[in-house]
Design a protein around this ligand. Sequence first.
Ligand SMILES: *Cc1c(COP(=O)(O)O)cnc(C)c1O
Length: 439
Amino acid sequence: MSNDTFICDNIGVNDQGHLTFAGRDTSELAAEFKTPVYLMDEGRIRHNCRVYTQAFKEHFGGESRPLYASKANSFKYIYKIMKEEGMGIDVVSSGEILCAYKAGYDLSKAYFHSNNKTDEDISFAMELGIGYFVVDGFEELYAIEKEAARREIKQNILLRITPGIDPHTYAQVNTGTVDSKFGTAIETGQADEIIQEALAQPHINLIGYHCHVGSQVFAEDVFERAAVVMIKYTAHIYRDYDYMAQQLNMGGGFGVRYVDTDPYLDVSKKIADLAEAINATCEREKIPVPTIIMEPGRSIVADAGMTLYTVGSVKRIPYYKNYVSVDGGMTDNPRYALYGSKYTCYTANKMNEERGMNCNVVGRCCESGDIIQRDVLLPKETERGDIIAVCTTGAYNYSMASHYNKIPNPPIVMITADGSAKEVVRRQTYEDLIALDVD
Ligand SMILES: *Cc1c(COP(=O)(O)O)cnc(C)c1O
């Protein structure tokens, strides 16, 4: 099996026929750190950041910058990487804010999302000096005004606007349509209203607009179409209300490859195309080009992750189905259960065997829906004790993990630039799981 058949070029096979990740033998890592374990490739995370930061410098310049969308994978070490790479961050809860803060991340570069920030969240974020609130609706606007007044500060905000764009991905990750849970729609006239309200608040400084159309987006021109809508809208607000937005945040959503049939997406080129559409539209509308922000999550961390499991049983039901059960499952990766997401799986210690067994790779939870992936081809020789590798698990796995069935969460093992591997999040223990129970 040659390296170019792998889903990402940080994956390979060594002389022992073992799968490698970031240059390391996965069987050795499994033996050293035990399973299940999330592996992360620091070099790849940094590379992915630089694709964005360089493209931004080249095509947007000025204050324009990419933010890392924390919700894809939030733990202290990643904020240190983001700080070093000059990435802004977005956060969606007080928990993510605290994590970034404790990691020493400068929160003045942070954007606070969420469609329902509680009064406690608002106060906590201001206390720690959050840079920007991305305001979802009217009640929140007034709640922020009230808290900013109490603190005698002027709070920077962006308004989340729904541009009415359908990116044609899964319904669960569509966010830019008029009827979305998120933001305030242009089409209904409510966006005009909330902008006027924001401008009228004495303790609020309206910096600009945010939109986010969806996730795992591959479609040709989704971002360009959204940008054109937003720039025209910016011009309309300028003409009608004499307010010129300084910032336009285009959200996240670039797709990544989970399986061979997924296309490659050239992020540099996408950003170049987006810049062209933005510049041309600004010129047509005769407005200055705003500072452009984007918020990639998945495309920063997904292919920098891999999960390793140990096989517990191989159940063969003749003429029906084969099941390979692993020592993790929906508790560490709920994405198949949630979205039917695709993943590429291997028997990591038997890479030279022919892959002749069709099976479902399933977890250990008491739930038939606890499936990592259906219809996977693995070697017939796959047996108890073998290592199963699931690729591209760096985004929305650890951050979506649960403790269902009182199953502890795996550690995150970072493979650093010099090839050494260390736990950056330790394995949850059974004691951790019951630590909150009152005796
Ligand atoms: C989820 C989300 C992102 C990140 O999306 P990816 O698909 O991971 O790039 C960015 N911005 C907002 C507002 C989001 O909700």
